[in-house]
Design a protein around this ligand. Structure first.
Ligand code: PLP
Length: 487
């Protein structure tokens, strides 16, 4: 079928099978031989674009040619998130059953806007999101929904928190040009995620609506500072409406004291949202469930299974005991979307900005069933052990200094050069040298002005050998930079 512009209709089923098998072989080899690729793309900006045609092909092209270009153009520009050496940011590793679920989801291609549009998608989502709630030991009255990511979940939480102040009539009248609406105030810690600010921008609250609360030396929000800020704001005419506390902050995975924060929120009638996008998964491990202490008193809670539960991006789960408030915030049912079952079923389009929704619950279902809760616990428990083991090696080596506690499996540290130099610059160079090896990929943060290297153990294939090897790469590069400095 080369250059056959008479082609009409979809790919013939025989071809789909042929290329489908070929693709599965390709993907299997890729997953098995990941170590042969550099984790971090070793290319320059523009390198991928320069190999791509500027305009679309007029004539049809063969699948062979497309696959050839995946190898020649796409692969060199890939940063391999599914590489076991990917220990940067918060890793997202996709397991086999998760990948297969995505394939099936593509084939079904449903739009789960309401129950009728795909009853299985709606009911599976209701059931498996509740499975996850049970795994996290969140209260029974927490209802859940899937959004695409943590940022979306948090934006929905802030919207619901604002709707909770129903007397302001913001849903109908908006916020601008209304002198009777006080300025709303939202609280987060210095280490709260930027998605909170983006949510505030999107909802027209403005960046100034966010009050940043100081953290203690362990990077946790200081509850007394929160209460002081609320009281001061009320005096000055602000209307405090929401606090976002974090379980597992982005830099250090610090855990805000949710129990105390929840009491303050209750005293002042604020909505409490918990951002546990990354760390929430760790609470599935019984001896780590305590990280969610106090979260049973929250008004909403987010965890992203795509971060540390081995599902392909994207799936974020949002829980709240206030299903009706979320509905009140977002429900808008035009005539063509009304169905006979509206009184008996959940129509997920009523609980968010998305009308069309893809079949994300399939991957949650596949992964939980394939591993079982015990299987998932065992993998997570090993990650938590390995993170602490790596932290010990850092602590025991005078070449390094740990810069934050390790409540989970993320380790923040820096190297100490043995010659006179700018220590931040030295660590920045060290990180670049480490990442250039292609064996591992680490990322950085700044803690109290210090350039901080971060290593996260959360890949489904993480094991002790990989972590030993990561330490060896770091130490080798450290030694090289030191000898360079002494020459
Ligand atoms: C990853 C993360 C987010 C953002 O999640 P996305 O799915 O990337 O939008 C927010 N908060 C925390 C603490 C995170 O770890």
């Amino acid at each position: 079928m080369e250059n056959d512009n008479t082609v009409r209709g979809d790919m013939p089923v025989e071809d789909f099978k042929k290329f489908g098998y070929q693709f599965i072989d390709w993907i299997s080899d890729y997953l098995a031989n990941m170590k042969d690729y550099p984790v971090l793309a070793q290319i320059n900006p523009g390198d991928v674009k320069n190999k791509l045609p500027k305009s679309p092909p007029v004539n049809n092209e063969s699948m062979q040619d497309i696959l050839k270009d995946v190898n020649n153009i796409i692969m060199p520009g890939m940063t391999h998130w599914n590489h076991p050496g990917f220990m940067a940011y918060f890793n997202s590793s996709a397991s086999g059953p998760g990948i297969l679920a995505e394939l099936l989801s593509g084939a079904f291609n449903i739009n789960g806007m309401n129950w009728k549009s795909c009853p299985s998608a709606t009911e599976l989502e209701e059931v498996v999101v509740d499975w996850l709630r049970q795994m996290l030991k969140l209260p029974e009255n927490f209802w859940g929904i899937i959004y695409d990511g943590g940022s979306a979940s948090t934006m929905h939480a802030i919207a619901a928190a604002r709707e909770f102040k129903q007397e302001l009539e913001i849903r109908t009248k908006g916020m601008s040009g209304r002198s009777e609406v006080p300025r709303l105030r939202l609280y987060k810690s210095e280490h709260g995620h930027s998605s909170i600010d983006k949510g505030a921008i999107t909802l027209g609250l403005g960046i100034e609506c966010i009050k940043i609360i100081e953290c203690d030396e362990e990077f946790k929000m200081i509850p007394s500072k929160l209460e002081e800020a609320i009281i001061k704001d009320i005096k000055e005419g602000w209307l405090p409406f929401c606090t976002v506390a974090t379980v597992g902050t982005t830099s250090t995975t610090s855990i805000d004291p949710v129990e105390e924060i929840s009491e303050i929120c209750r005293r002042h009638n604020l909505w409490l949202h918990i951002d546990a996008s990354h760390a929430g998964s760790a609470a599935i491990v019984p001896e780590y469930n305590y990280i969610l202490n106090g979260c049973e008193k929250a008004d909403s809670f987010v965890v992203n299974p795509h971060k540390w539960m081995f599902m392909p991006i994207d799936i974020s789960t949002f829980f709240t005991p206030h299903k009706e408030i979320v509905k009140r915030t977002f429900s808008l049912v035009h005539e063509y979307l009304k169905t006979e079952q509206d009184n008996e079923v959940t129509n997920f389009m009523d609980y968010g900005i998305q009308l069309g929704r893809r079949f994300r619950s399939l991957k949650l279902w596949f992964v939980i069933r394939y591993f079982g809760t015990e299987g998932i616990i065992n993998i997570l428990r090993e990650h938590l052990r390995l993170g602490k083991l790596f932290a010990q090696w850092i602590d025991n080596d005078p070449a390094f200094e740990r810069l934050a506690p390790v409540p989970l499996s993320t380790v923040c540290f820096r190297a100490i050069p043995n010659f006179e130099t700018d220590i931040n610059k030295f660590n920045e160079n060290l990180l670049n040298e480490i990442n250039k090896t292609g064996i591992i990929f680490l990322s950085h943060t700044k803690l109290n002005g210090r350039f901080t290297i971060r290593l996260v153990v959360s890949h489904i294939k993480s094991n002790e050998e990989l972590v030993i090897n990561a330490f060896k790469v770091i130490k080798d590069k450290y030694n090289q930079l030191n000898s360079g400095g002494n020459e």
